[in-house]
Design a protein around this ligand. Structure first.
Ligand code: R5P
Length: 294
């Protein structure tokens, strides 16, 4: 196998190549003045199984086009198999038609990658597992939650309470709880399908005097974490932290979260941010090594 770090995940891709021991193929790329993308493989991939590491956070569409072009270039240069490693999978939140007239965007994305030459996919904590069922090829979903929880254990937070900001994320809090060994619970969150506006309510959680870590798959605008932190403080939590797999942290999200009394934000390098304190490199390289030997 050979690893191709894409322009959007160069650092992570290089770490994965180092850890797995697989050869690294670099990509020359540029964006033309009119915004179009150019990519060129700088090594031989003939008869090789290649793994392209390219996250698809913002600018999503540029990152997706680069991924499609790299996959197509690999196939054009006689790669035997192309695995797309997409740590953050864009458009997974639109995994179905919610309102008449919409598109199920993830289906279009899957078809596009298939046409480009992708044979299988590895992603991490995809927002909707159902989204992966829309791919016309095998798609594996890894979880980075135990790695995030281990980070907190190593920082002295064993037995901290793991909180999911909504019921759908309870599986995430439970994965964290297995590592942390403390309590776990969730908040109720309702979303208006037209405006996207959310409201959160706290049940009686046993967080008084506790160290609490809010675990989520994505932090985008930070609104969910800010709302959860407010409820936790009202219920007497002693310290509040936030952990997520995909720290999109749009605009001033980080500042808003810290201003809401969250002591630290811990994310992974699925998206490279100041909060990316946990690397996905070991998780992904182990998966690639297993693929290679399987
Ligand atoms: C939604 O269901 C996700 O799991 C996250 O809770 C959400 O994407 C976070 O968004 P924001 O940071 O904008 O509240």
């Amino acid at each position: 196998m050979k690893v191709i770090p894409g322009p959007a995940s160069r650092e992570l891709g290089e770490k994965i190549a180092r850890l797995s021991g697989f050869e690294r193929i670099t990509v020359a790329y540029k964006v033309f003045p009119d915004g179009e993308n150019y990519v060129r493989l700088e090594g031989n991939v003939q008869n090789d199984h290649v793994a392209i590491v390219q996250t698809t956070s913002a600018p999503q569409d540029t990152n997706l086009m680069q991924l499609a072009f790299i996959a197509a270039a690999a196939k054009r240069n006689a790669a035997q198999k192309v695995t797309a490693v997409i740590p953050y999978l864009a458009y997974a939140r639109q995994d179905k038609v919610f309102l008449k007239g919409e598109n199920a965007n993830i289906e279009t994305l899957a078809a596009m990658l298939h046409t480009a030459g992708v044979d299988d996919l590895i992603t991490v904590n995809v927002h909707s597992e159902k989204a992966l069922g829309k791919f016309p090829f095998p798609a594996a979903n890894l979880t980075a939650i135990p790695l995030l929880a281990e980070h907190f254990v190593l920082s002295g937070f064993k037995e901290a309470f793991a909180l999911a900001p909504d019921k759908g994320a309870m599986y995430i809090a439970e994965q964290a709880q297995r590592v942390l060994g403390g309590g776990a619970g969730y908040l109720e969150k309702q979303r208006d399908p037209y405006t996207g506006h959310t409201t959160q309510t706290g049940k009686n959680l046993e967080v008084k005097g506790q160290k609490v870590i809010i675990f989520d798959d994505i932090i985008s605008t930070g609104g969910t974490i800010v709302g959860a932190a407010r409820i936790l403080h009202e219920q007497g939590a002693k310290q509040v932290f936030a952990a997520c797999v995909h720290p999109l942290l749009i605009g001033d999200a980080e500042k808003r979260i810290l201003n809401a009394g969250v002591e630290e934000i811990v994310g992974t390098d699925s998206v490279q941010r100041r909060a990316s304190k946990v690397s996905l490199a070991s998780l992904i390289s182990n998966e690639l090594k297993a693929k290679q030997s399987g």
